[in-house]
Design a protein around this ligand. Structure first.
Ligand SMILES: [Mn+2]
Length: 380
């Protein structure tokens, strides 16, 4: 028996307000489907955030249907749970994944299902407030009671210690013994499998960047294929070939010329199927944003070579920051402050996402355009 585990596909996310980025999320999902068809896997598990929003646009729902139709035609069932992005609870609505059920998508938001002698338990994302109202471990123990002899899978979409030090849940104490495979979504950094209480526990990470993250780049973007032979389990991480390249560089005033030469080299050497996204993070004293742009132009590093270019400059002396300089604040600091202010973690994450969108925009017309094209941004 073999199956695919993917997670956090975030269909419908228009990063930087770009249609091309939305297409990228669709494209890598299809690459995983190509692989599933080629390897003739028995089924697929998806551990949440299938959609980026609990109210995906009709266009995005159609894309989801297109993907599932390919799998349905090949008789490969998909088992899924709702993540924090697509669970639909803040709008007192059902999960958008319910719409896709007639296309062979099996939504298991709380319970156990049997498929050809394999038991699959699923629990949708439970918020911090929700975790206070239930005994997480007990819920999972009840799932185990409903499972007979056979391979036992559990799907979750949660934050766990040690990956999230502030989380109430701990991988070592909150996963009862009895499962064979525990697939978890939510953490976008792919993690190698760990053996906990007899189960192989895996975070496959997101399929694309929802925000650039060096750790994610280091671990790679992809999904897992799991082969099971008499409970003997083998996992393999499959990296995407068609993913959008992200070029990320840190620079300071002293090494800026060297770094620009490196970007030029990388651009010339890299055989990119898709135009890369360039992210430059720098600490400068006297150089301004337009100085940097000018230096880049001199090296032939121009906008048309990239899908999107983002230059974030932090000033060594904040008090003299000229116009056009983006003062890069530590993400964590903003998150902590916002969470304190707002109180609700989901809502503060939404606000941070909105800020991320707005950071890439230069004038109010573009803000209007972004909101017109991506109304789900305001879907709190
Ligand atoms: Mn996610």
């Amino acid at each position: 028996m073999k199956f695919l585990h993917l997670s956090d596909t975030h269909l419908g996310y228009h990063q930087y307000g770009l249609q091309e980025r939305a297409a990228d999320f669709f494209d890598v999902f299809n690459e995983a489907v190509d692989f599933a068809l080629e390897k003739k896997v028995d089924f697929i598990i998806h551990t949440g955030d299938f959609f980026h929003s609990s109210r995906p646009s009709n266009q995005i729902i159609l894309q989801g249907m297109e993907i599932l139709k390919r799998l349905k035609d090949a008789k490969i069932p998909v088992f899924v749970i709702s993540g924090n992005h697509d669970r639909g609870s803040h709008v007192r609505d059902v999960s958008p994944l319910k719409i896709l059920q007639p296309l062979g998508l099996n939504l298991i938001d709380s319970g156990v299902l049997e498929y050809e002698g394999i038991f699959i338990g699923g629990l949708k994302y439970i918020s911090k407030a929700g975790l206070k109202q239930l005994d997480f471990r007990e819920v999972l123990e009840k799932f185990l009671e409903k499972m007979d002899e056979g391979f036992k899978i559990l799907m979750l979409h949660q934050e766990f210690q040690p990956f999230f030090p502030d989380s109430k849940l701990n991988m070592f104490s909150d996963l009862p013994e009895g499962f064979d495979y525990v697939g978890i979504g939510h953490y976008h950094v792919a993690q190698p499998p760990s053996l906990i209480n007899g189960a192989t526990v895996v975070y496959p990470g997101s399929t694309e960047f929802t925000a650039y993250n060096e750790k994610e780049e280091e671990k790679g973007k992809g999904f897992y294929i799991i082969e099971v032979d008499n409970k003997e389990l083998r996992t393999k991480f499959i990296k995407f070939q068609r993913r959008r390249p992200f070029l990320f560089y840190r620079f300071n005033e002293e090494n800026s010329e060297q770094i620009l030469k490196k970007i030029k080299d990388d651009l010339e050497r890299g055989q990119y199927v898709k135009k890369p996204v360039l992210i430059l993070k720098g600490t400068v004293k006297d150089l301004s944003y337009s100085d940097i742009r000018h230096l880049m132009k001199n090296e032939g590093i121009t906008e048309e070579k990239f899908l999107h270019m983002q230059v974030n400059l932090a000033k060594d002396q904040v008090e003299n920051s000229p116009e056009h300089t983006i003062i890069e604040l530590e993400d964590n600091l903003i998150k902590k402050e916002l969470q304190k202010l707002i109180g609700d973690k989901d809502l503060s994450e939404k606000v941070i996402e909105l800020i991320d969108h707005l950071k890439t925009i230069e004038n109010t017309d573009e803000v209007k355009k972004l909101l017109r094209e991506n109304p789900e941004i305001l879907d709190f």
